[in-house]
Design a protein around this ligand. Structure first.
Ligand code: ZN
Length: 303
């Protein structure tokens, strides 16, 4: 029996909501049925009931893909993207600036940030992954959540990539980050976009829902609302190319109609290079139309 908890809206505090759909963990064969709901007051979409703190760990097994190294061309592409990402982040701050990455996993981005001349440190929920990265790459990584990082005005920038959707209280984390940032400090948040074309096409089969790991789903507007409530000003909203959303969501859609198999898992995954290439034009148009599958908001701590 999976321990669950019922929660209210993290954005406005309202507890009245209506169910959108029910679902289970599609990535791993794990038990538990969960419900995606919409807040009646502000329209925010979140999971409730969701796994209680005592049972959430089981939904992050060692096979959970962010904890594993990407094989072949995907690994090369990922390293290239991290390097590019680190260079563009380093241009936002002064040389030698202090940067914290929340949810740094094995520290791929931290290593690239360090190579760009920044003081980079991280915090990672998975203690084993954090210890591995410390040992193998000499990185400054705390095991835990952002609440375990203490101090006042110690960072110039905080980066939180694909993490805000996983945390129990995005509001508390943003509030805590505000205290960690110095005057005019920057916060870069990236997460799946609830307002994307892929979410509209696939509905409950959308990969971005990733039940039951994603507790809160955001649109550019709702994420900005949260940031404004915690005294941040959004300076830029950008979108990335995410062919994986189309591939994996199509697989979930087919699986719901009885089509299953390892061949399908390969065919409709980011390991299938021709399929990824075929989807790039569509995702590029999506980015131009500002409806991409993943968004990044760059926000500045308001005075
Ligand atoms: Zn609400």
């Amino acid at each position: 029996m999976v321990a669950k908890e019922t929660v209210g809206c993290n954005l406005c505090g309202e507890s009245s909501s209506f169910a959108l759909f029910h679902g289970s963990d599609r990535r791993h064969p794990l038990p538990g049925i969960f419900t995606m709901i919409r807040c009646r007051a502000c329209g925010h979409v979140y999971l409730s009931p969701r796994p209680a703190p005592s049972s959430i760990g089981m939904y992050y097994p060692d096979t959970y893909s962010p904890y594993t190294r990407q094989p072949g061309w995907l690994g090369i592409a990922t390293r290239w993207m991290r390097r590019r990402e680190a260079r563009s982040l380093s241009r936002l701050v002064a040389p030698g600036a202090h940067v914290l990455e929340v949810g740094c996993a094995s520290g791929d981005l931290l290593r690239e940030l360090r190579a760009c001349g920044l003081h980079a440190s991280g915090v990672e929920f998975n203690a084993r992954v954090a210890a591995d990265a410390r040992e193998h790459h000499g990185l400054d990584i705390t095991a835990g959540t952002v609440a375990d990082v203490t101090g006042e005005a110690v960072f110039d920038m905080v980066v939180m990539r694909n993490v805000i959707e996983h945390v129990p209280s995005p509001r508390d984390d943003i509030h805590h980050i505000r205290g960690l940032l110095g005057p005019n400090g920057l916060l870069l948040l990236s997460t799946d976009n609830l307002d994307s074309w892929d979410r509209r096409v696939f509905g409950p089969c959308w990969y971005g829902y990733d039940m039951p790991r994603h507790f809160n789903l955001f649109s550019p507007q709702s994420l900005e609302r949260l940031l404004n409530a915690e005294h941040f000003t959004v300076e830029r909203v950008s979108f990335s190319l995410v062919p994986t959303h189309w591939l994996v969501s199509s697989r979930y859609w087919l699986e719901d109609r009885g089509l299953k198999g390892r061949w399908l898992e390969f065919l409709l995954s980011s390991r299938n290079l021709p399929a990824v290439a075929a989807l790039l034009p569509l995702t590029f148009v999506q980015r131009l139309a500002r409806t991409g599958g993943r968004m990044s908001l760059l926000a500045r701590k308001a005075a």
